[in-house]
Write a protein that binds this ligand. Sequence first.
Ligand SMILES: [Zn+2]
Length: 127
Amino acid sequence: METSLKRVCRFCGDPLRGRTDKAFCDGRCRNQYHNRKQKVPVLSESAKRVQRQLIKNRRVLQELLRDRSRCLVERDQLLLRGFSFDFFSHCRSGRGGAVVFCLDLGYRKKSARKLEIVRQPETISVL
Ligand SMILES: [Zn+2]
């Protein structure tokens, strides 16, 4: 009984001949397959941890800001919600002082204990 599945190259899809453990036509297909795979942006575990904290920080800012465009809060309000001041995505200087952003929401220092939460303008230019 004919039960053999048609084996094909994992890169180009051509039928394979020869050894049953072959996965590619030849070294060229194997190399191209692995080169292409490496271009897929896979985040390392440490990068994922940074990403999770950034998203958490943004969520804390959003919880406090709600639908306003800006608001004053106590620094402790952020800390109590799990905000970490060590993690941010970018900074912008402005008339009211530098703003530290966690994605599209940020804060600027107003005093030792007070922060102003602000939204990033829609017209931001990203390189
Ligand atoms: Zn191939």
